[in-house]
Each structure stands twice: as C-alpha cells, then as structure tokens.
Design a protein around this ligand. Sequence first.
Ligand code: ACO
Length: 354
Amino acid sequence: MLRSVIAGSGSAIAPHRVTNDMLARIMDTSDAWIRERTGVETRYYVEPGTRTTDLGVIAAERALEMAGVAREDIDLVVFATMTPDQYFPGCGGLLQSRLGLRPVPAFDIRQQCSGFLYGLQLVDAHIRAGLARTALLVGAEIHSGFMPWGPGSWARLAGDVEAPLEPGEWETTTSVRHLTVLFGDAGGAVVITAADDGSRGVVDQALYADGTDAAKLCVPGNGFARRPYVDPEQIRRLEHVPVMDGRYVFKMATTRMTEAARALLERNGLTPGDLKLVLMHQANLRINEFVQRSLGLSDAQVCHNIQRYGNTTAATVPLLWDECVRGGRIEPGDAVLMVAFGAGMTWGATLVRA
Ligand code: ACO
C-alpha cells in the first residue's frame, strides 16, 4: 500500500515583528491581557503589496530544498488559505507558475484553520489512488489585510507618529480587539512523496465539518449574497472583518480537538502515551493547554509557537512541523498527531509516522 511521506518542509515568516505593546498604541489593550488570555507575545506582518502566494512560494522553495525534490517532479499542488491574493483565481495555479512547475493539477481549498489537515487528506488520497507521487501542500495567510486600521493607526504601530490616535479610530480598532490581536501572517509548506515500505507516512485521518454555527466565526460581508458583492457601506460597517464569538470557539475547539484526537488514536489501537509529539493548531495557547490536560499529554509531547507568531490559520501546522523537524524534535519514524479546529466549523486529526 502506498503511503504519503512528508519528505521536506519549509516556512516563511513575514518581516515586521509586532509586539503586544505596539498594538496597545492603537487600541485599548495591554500586553498582560493578551498574554494571559491567549499566550501571544508577538506576531509578524507583511509589507503592504505582499501576497499570500509570495509567502507560499518562499515556504515551498525551502520545502523542496529540504526534500531534495526537483521542481519537475511535482505532480500535484494543494494550496490552503482563507486570505487569497484576490477573489479568483486561487493561489494554487499562481504558485505553480511562480515556481516554474509543470502544468499539474492545482487545488485551492479553504477550510480555514483545518485547511492543512484537509489538504493532507486530499494529497494522501491522490497518492494512495496512484494519481500523484510527489505533491506540494502549502498553507499560507496574510491576515494583516483584515485589520480595519487607517493610515494613522499603521503609522503609530510603526512608531512613526507619537500623538494619540484620533478618538473615532481608537473606538473602531478597540471594537475588534478580541480578534485582531490573535493573528499574524506566515506561510508553511511540505513536500509529500509516495513510499511503499509502510514504515513512514500518513497513517490515518479523521476530518469533520458542521456548518450549523458557521455564523459564529465568519466574514459576514463581501460575498455574493450581496449585489454588488463589495461596497463602501459594507466596509464602513466592518463587514470585511471576521466576526467571532470567542467563548463559543474556545469551547468548541477544546471539545472537538480532544474528541478527534481520542477517536483517531482509539481506532489505531494507540494511547496518547504512544505519541512522540502532538502538533495542535495554534489559535490560543490556553485552548491547547486545555487539550493537553484532557489527553494527559506531557510537556515534552507538545510544542507551541503561538507565542511568537500568533494564529496563522492554514500555516500553523506546517510551520510547527517545520520548526520541530529543523530543531530535531521530530525524527524519521516518530508518531506525530496533528489536530486542528477552525471556522466552518471544521476540525480533525491526522496521525503520521514522520
Ligand atoms: N484587550 C483587552 N481586553 C479585551 C481584549 C483585548 N485584546 N479583547 C477582549 N477584551 C475584553 C472584552 O471586551 C471583555 O471586557 P468586558 O468584560 O468589560 O466586557 C473581556 O476582555 C472578556 O472578553 P471575552 O471575549 O469574554 O474574553 P475571553 O476570555 O473569551 O478571551 C479570546 C477572548 C482570547 C478571543 C478567546 O475567547 C479565544 O481565544 N477564543 C478562541 C479564538 C479562536 O480560536 N479563534 C479561531 C479563529 S481562527 C479561524 O478559524 C478563522
């Protein structure tokens, strides 16, 4: 039976480091609040004009290099993002062209924070079916475009202006502070190759979606239920910014990630103690600490980087994988469980022998 092995990984971190104290210049928040409630200390933003595909290209080049795979060998591209360069076409084909790949199938998928795990299942199914042998899976996001901040806010964030923000704008930035402080920009990528020795690769996956409560975490505006689909009124009402019921998402993330992990381990005859490492989607350190306790995982079995990068949605899991491989925390053959929960609602777990 063919197995899908993660043969190489790479990441792309945006250049501008933004601390919690810098955010406190433009909204009513504090380093203490953000750290205590979320664990986030810094996040990185791109320069305006940088595209999600740009981050994907950098991450993919690094993954190809680590895998030692030639561009002409890539026969499938899957690009997961909820922040594409433009409405259409999606980033998959753009990445294919930017990397100079052959004209191979390129999928664009949008399962938000579960995007990387959904992409992994798509690639694995292609490999098991004999439709692909060497795939590129990318998760990348530019969330800084969601920030409803005017030029005055950006200038104060950068420290170029010291005068206090004009009260109207302060009120606007503060109205969405529970959301904006969470996110950062980044890209992650893996090269996945077919192997038939069975000792390494994707072992099993369990993915889920339930749209019943989709409105609790969504972008309400700028969609084709409107005519025209985007207009200045929607932007004035901040309908281009995600709405999020944070408490609901927190509760569902802890419940669903724990359930998915348990179900997958059980059906593979494993216990949490059999895992070398668990890589959880990085949305909130407190969510992940809760899941860690529920599953009875030791500190050595979990790895977090949300403190540095914030929530980078589809990029969190490949970013974490890449850091762990390069840092020697994941070695060939290790049992690694990936778990994610995100908008949709979508969630799932993936068991891999590294
Ligand atoms: N700074 C200071 N105070 C704040 C901030 C902030 N950044 N944000 C909210 N507050 C205030 C609120 O206004 C509220 O004040 P009040 O008591 O005077 O009304 C108080 O803090 C508590 O607010 P809550 O929203 O109840 O705070 P909570 O403890 O739930 O934390 C948080 C909010 C961090 C958003 C948390 O609910 C969370 O992380 N939820 C999960 C988020 C998540 O995983 N999202 C996934 C999105 S990714 C995707 O799929 C697109």
